[in-house]
Ligand binder design. Structure first.
Ligand SMILES: [Zn+2]
Length: 265
């Protein structure tokens, strides 16, 4: 890294590794400036997730397929109150945009927000529908699993899902071992947690991505820099190495092709 800096100084250019944000919600920001700003910081790949009807529509409209890539879904929070015809509307939106979307997300289960059995049943029903459409369209899943990761992994395994991403990973070492076995991915938010650090030590290097989860966790996609620092620390890597690894993993998982290139400033 020191070598690189010296060489960069000699040629008066600074080379930055491109960064990838594997999970955020750009539709929740005002205007399009946030994606432009992220690009300015070298965040060349942003996967932005819809969570309900309006959010899915906005997600499609702000994605350009060059730097901002859309995932569409119904998340557990919105699943509990969504009527069947609106669910169908969203499934049709997903089908008719299947060539544009890189994943089905955000979908999943959240055992913190729901206590009533009826709400939990609804969450499970919608999650299964989201898995079914991912399998139908051959798309990966981006999954929310707050306090529900064991059940999420059981369901994914039962349904034979091969391509899944546990976003805001908060499992323990046992979950981490299962994720390695199943060949799934995790992404790391810009927040430190001792439990996550222990579990991440076990996760294969090829299965780790960085996310901002902005604006919920990080303030913008640029917050992946902090996520990458956390990953670098846990895995004993340099920052640039962790950045290159997480970007390569994100491109491979979401089938985002081509090299967008190393930005020179
Ligand atoms: Zn999210």
């Amino acid at each position: 890294m020191a070598m690189k800096t010296v060489m960069a100084d000699q040629t008066s250019t600074v080379q930055r590794v491109e960064l990838a944000d594997a999970h955020c919600h750009l539709d929740l920001f005002e205007g399009n400036d946030i994606a432009m700003e992220a690009l300015g910081y070298g965040v060349n790949i942003i996967v932005t997730n819809g969570v309900d009807t309006m959010s899915n529509i906005k997600t499609l409209s702000i994605s350009d397929g060059r730097h901002v890539f859309p995932a569409l879904g119904i998340d557990p929070q919105h699943a509990v109150s969504m009527m069947d015809d609106e669910v169908e509307f969203n499934l049709n939106m997903i089908r008719s945009n299947s060539d544009r979307i890189v994943a089905i997300g955000e979908v999943g289960l959240d055992y913190v927000i729901s206590e009533s059995p009826a709400q939990l049943t609804r969450q499970h029903k919608i999650f299964e529908k989201m898995i079914d459409i991912a399998l139908e369209l051959g798309k990966p899943l981006s999954i929310h699993s707050r306090s529900a990761i064991g059940d999420v992994l059981d369901i994914l395994e039962e349904k034979g899902v091969k391509s899944a991403h546990l976003h805001f990973f908060e499992g323990d070492e046992e979950h981490a071992a299962r994720i390695n076995e199943l060949g799934y991915m995790v992404s790391v938010p810009p927040q430190k947690s001792a439990k996550r650090s222990r579990a991440l030590k076990i996760i294969d290097l090829s299965s780790i991505m960085a996310e901002s989860d902005s604006p919920a966790a990080g303030s913008s996609p640029k917050s992946v820099e902090e996520s990458i620092r956390i990953i670098a620390d846990i895995k004993g890597m340099g920052y640039d190495e962790a950045a290159a690894l997480t970007t390569a993993n994100t491109k491979r998982f979401f089938k985002i092709g081509g090299t967008i290139g190393i930005r020179k400033i």
